[in-house]
Design a binder for this molecule. Structure first.
Ligand code: GLC
Ligand code: CA
Length: 578
């Protein structure tokens, strides 16, 4: 962690939490680095790359799930929370990774997937075995819909699963259905049952006692459900009803998170990091979740800004990005959490398309736009998250046939859309290309050798052919690379208190090309302006910025602005100090 910078004396105690000046790096282990040639990334592969992370300067690593799992959803379906899947390594490897990170001054945050388990978890195996099994009530079991014969088609309600098909699976053994908001191999845990909660808290304490530094909590705002499980609204053209109003931030969510804090984090929370992944969370709710005085979580991942480029929040119906909408969304969150609570900041993760392809220009201006996006995000108020490969400007993958894809979400959607909705293969492939999750899951591009240096074997998913010129080996020692631009952004957050603690003011909200904002603390101000387009544009900012000192820019020959209005070249970023 960086030393306390001068000038922070004025900042109140509430605002001094360490994570305000920290940067998190997300590792999706399957695609990071493979140590044993089986084509799948693993813990020893990560251990071999710790110097790379240390040089980048990140403070925390968030590791996507490595627990025992049938890998139906790449580890987000856990069959044993207290062991490591052999595909990733062993508990000893995890301990070694932890030591390696700690000795380099980095923390390790584990993924916590407790809205559901795998159907192969012993809890569920017991639960499904008989109606009178003591663990029956650990999951959501229901009889067929009133007056209907048992079997598929008589589901207790009309909810759809996030991965296509109904959210219920019929189980012949007992003639009832279990709820699964995700795949049928991910049954939802029943958090109403106090034994379930106690078992989860025990497991979390076991990990903290082992030395991990916190949790990123998977869809944690889905754990409290309206126990009457009513039908959801079914919009025309959809096969299923929308159950989300009955499980997003449900009636007991704040109670459960407070209880978790009390049972797990209390007394050791100052050093830990807790991040709640919360699809559909509102700003008002996020204030409550992240207000330090309420003891729930440190920050939430919200989804509003990653829905602006799709129709009705449907990722299979992409639409062009409007910069004004993106700014309105992020600006609303900056304003909403200005006084209480804290934002997380991200452009991408393992569920999203690659940032430079989505928000930048991944062709002619790939490097410039990747750097500009880094600058814009990292200079907002909040804790930035870097998704593996983003620091290299890695791009979306042009997949060919459906057989190139691996993600259960894509495969299920393709099947449903071609069989039940009457779309052609070509239509479905075109619609899912921009925003599908496999875009972010192609292997990290380490060098220009075979399989990008990711594996000596056959990779589990294709390597992007642009690895021949987009790779870490080409960037780490090049001071002008995207990687080194990220390094400088991280350094700036560590060294300049206005980045970690300053107020945020959005400027030029109606400009369709320029993203502009100011950060300020008594005695120090930063102006950040970025051009989100392939053409030159002028940022109409106050004359006071004429001649202001240049902090950083993404064009090598940038200098302080000379007249009123700042002329920006394509995808140019300027950061000025006043
Ligand atoms: C979260 C994860 C995603 C996973 C889902 C179900 O959204 O980030 O990858 O598929 O939850 O666990
Ligand atoms: Ca491996």
């Amino acid at each position: 962690m960086s030393a306390e910078a001068p000038g922070t004396a004025e900042i109140g105690n509430q605002q001094r939490e360490w994570f305000r000046s920290a940067v998190v790096y997300q590792i999706y282990p399957r695609s990071f680095a493979d140590s044993n040639g089986d084509g799948i990334g693993d813990l020893r592969g990560i251990i071999g790359r710790l110097d790379y992370l240390e040089k980048l300067g990140v403070d925390v690593v968030w590791l996507s799930p490595v627990y025992t799992s049938p890998q139906d959803d790449n580890g987000y379906d856990i069959s044993n929370y207290q062991d490591i899947d052999p595909v990733f390594g062993s508990l000893e490897d995890l301990d070694e990774l932890l030591r390696g990170l700690h000795s380099r001054g980095m923390k390790l945050v584990m993924d916590l997937v407790v809205n559901h388990t795998s159907d192969e978890h012993s809890w569920f195996v017991e639960s499904r075995s008989a109606k009178d099994n003591p663990k029956r009530d650990w999951y959501w079991w229901r009889p067929p819909r009133e007056g209907r014969p048992p079997g598929p088609g008589s589901e207790p309600n009309n909810w759809g699963s996030a991965f296509s098909g109904p959210a219920w699976e019929y189980d012949e053994a007992t003639g009832e259905y279990y709820l699964h908001l995700f795949s049928r191999k991910q049954p939802d845990l029943n958090w109403e049952n106090p034994q379930v909660r106690a078992a989860i808290y025990d497991m979390m304490n076991w990990w903290l006692d082992r030395g991990v530094d916190g949790f990123r909590m998977d869809v944690i705002n889905f754990i409290s459900k309206d126990t009457s499980l009513p039908d959801g609204v079914r919009t025309p053209g959809m096969l299923y009803g929308d159950g989300s109003p009955y499980y997003i931030c449900g009636p007991r969510i704040h109670e459960f998170l407070k209880e978790m804090h009390e049972e797990v984090f209390a007394g050791r929370d100052k050093e830990l990091l807790t991040v709640g992944e919360m699809p559909g969370v509102t700003v008002q709710d996020a204030v409550l979740f992240t207000d330090p005085a309420r003891n729930e979580v440190d920050m939430v991942f919200q989804f509003e800004h990653v829905a602006v480029d799709q129709e009705a929040g449907n990722k299979w119906r992409p639409k062009p990005l409007k910069l004004t909408e993106l700014k309105a969304s992020l600006g609303r969150w900056q304003a909403g959490l200005a006084d209480r609570g804290w934002n997380s900041l991200y452009w991408g993760n393992h569920d999203q398309a690659r940032a430079v392809s989505r928000f930048g220009n991944d062709g002619k201006y790939r490097e410039l736009s990747a750097k500009m996006l880094a600058g814009i995000l990292h200079l907002h108020r909040g804790t930035p998250f870097i998704y593996q490969g983003e620091e290299l400007g890695m791009t979306n993958m042009a997949f060919g046939a459906i057989s190139d894809y691996r993600d259960i979400e894509v495969l299920n959607h393709h099947r449903e859309a071609t069989t039940h909705l009457g779309h052609t293969d070509a239509e479905v492939l075109a619609a899912l290309a921009p925003l599908n999750r496999d875009n972010a899951r192609t292997p990290v591009q380490w060098d220009a050798t075979r399989h990008a240096g990711f594996t000596t074997g056959a990779p589990w998913i294709v390597v992007n052919p642009n690895a021949n010129h987009i790779n870490a080996a080409a960037q780490v020692d090049d001071s002008d690379s995207v990687y080194n631009f990220y390094r400088r952004m991280i350094e700036l957050r560590h060294s300049d208190p206005v980045v970690a603690h300053g107020d945020f003011t959005m400027l030029l909200p109606d400009d369709e090309h320029i993203y502009a904002f100011m950060r300020s603390l008594p005695g120090r101000k930063l102006l950040v302006v970025g051009n989100f387009s392939d053409a030159e544009h002028t940022a109409d900012v106050d004359a006071e910025w004429t001649g202001a000192a240049l902090v950083i820019g993404n064009y090598p020959d940038a200098g302080p602005p000379t007249g009123t209005g700042i002329r920006l070249r394509p995808w140019e970023l300027l950061v000025l100090a006043g």
